[in-house]
Design a protein around this ligand. Structure first.
Ligand SMILES: Nc1ncnc2c1ncn2[C@@H]1O[C@H](COP(=O)(O)OP(=O)(O)O)[C@@H](O)[C@H]1O
Ligand SMILES: C[C@@](O)(CCOP(=O)(O)O)CC(=O)O
Ligand SMILES: [Mg+2]
Length: 313
């Protein structure tokens, strides 16, 4: 059996702007998705965290026969379809969180399947190759998207993504308090909404994302200097700009305002938005506040490792 352990991720700064060639900062965390692949008579996919009504899937042809199923399984099928060679397997996905919460679950599913299924077929891919292949798969499914989530979950650590491509792994650590609330929408739909806003208000949109880019670059320097106070301020500003893009959520906007009033150094939505993940500078008050809105607290200790593949006989 092949087991891939994939860290989830938090976006610290620059979500959405990174899709439009602005920089971003993301961190792999200790919450891990586990993907197991083992030989089987038929192709079977099992997931502990998906509930699908009226499912009809033809796994021999990797064909989805209902819209609902298509949405939910599209990342799994997309990752498996990358491989022209097929060998029947039981594929088990164990996620520590609900799907679609801004923690890179889509990227983790792809990275996990690409890693485990390629090893199952006898290939040895590097983490960099896994990141690149997974990014192309995520992009082909979503139609829009950056390299941030797939690279962060495949490579691990705290990563700065510059404007002009590539990535830089930073040595520093960040102590955060984070949690998530369930969301009704998906990143794919929010990305379409943002692209629509760009088309309607081109100049204003560009000003907003350029400013987010400047915030991200400043944040990178503050992380290097260990200036948590200023970094926290930038989290509030970044949240405000995400609100102006229309990708936040009233309950989270209230929480972020309350966090500021309580003297928490920084707080913002993290990831695609519309609910989902929220990060604050490390503070017990932040944990209490997140609990008041029913958020599930997550383990956001940095994961130095990206995806790890084990073979068990
Ligand atoms: N445990 C899981 N098993 C299978 N697919 C999953 C799982 N978690 C997430 N996904 C896939 O990822 C999609 C969510 O993607 P997205 O909205 O980008 O969420 P996130 O913001 O967490 O990355 C789900 O609709 C599903 O297709
Ligand atoms: C909004 C975006 O910047 C991050 C989305 O993250 P998530 O899927 O919500 O974890 C999209 C992207 O970078 O592809
Ligand atoms: Mg995603």
């Amino acid at each position: 059996m092949i087991i891939a352990e994939v860290p989830l991720k938090l976006t610290l700064f620059g979500e959405h702007a990174v899709v439009y060639e602005q920089p971003a900062l993301a961190m792999a965390i200790s919450e891990k998705m586990i993907i197991k692949v083992k030989s089987n008579e038929k192709m079977i996919i099992k997931s502990n965290s998906l509930s699908i009504k009226g499912i009809k899937v033809d796994l021999n042809d990797l064909k989805l026969e209902s819209e609902e199923t298509g949405k939910i399984l599209s990342y799994v099928i997309g990752a498996l379809s990358y491989f022209k060679e097929k060998k029947n397997a039981l594929i088990e996905i164990e996620s520590p969180v609900d799907p679609s919460v801004g923690l890179g679950t889509s990227a983790a599913v792809i990275v996990g399947i690409v890693s485990a299924y390629s090893r199952f077929l006898g290939y040895e891919l590097t983490n960099e190759e896994i990141a690149k292949i997974s990014h192309n798969i995520e992009l082909s499914i979503q139609g829009i998207g950056s390299r941030m989530d797939t690279y962060t979950t495949a490579l691990g650590g705290l990563i700065y993504f510059p404007k002009d491509g590539g990535y830089e792994i930073l040595d520093q650590n960040l102590e955060l308090t984070a949690g998530y609330i369930k969301r009704v929408t998906t990143t794919k739909d929010i990305l379409k909404y943002v692209r629509n806003m760009k088309e309607k208000n081109f100049e204003i949109f560009n000003d907003i994302i350029n400013t987010i880019g400047k915030i991200t670059d400043k944040a990178k320097n503050l992380i290097k200097d260990g200036n948590e106070e200023e970094l926290g301020n930038l989290m509030y500003i970044n949240h405000g700009l995400l609100m102006s893009l229309g990708v936040t959520y009233p309950l989270v906007d209230n929480l972020v305002s309350t966090a500021k009033n309580l003297g928490i150094r920084g707080c913002k939505i993290s990831g695609g938005g519309g609910g989902g993940a929220i990060i604050c500078t490390n503070d017990v008050k932040a944990e209490i506040l997140l609990n008041t809105i029913g958020a599930r607290i997550i383990n956001c200790k940095k994961s130095e490792h990206g995806v790890m593949i084990k073979e068990i006989n």
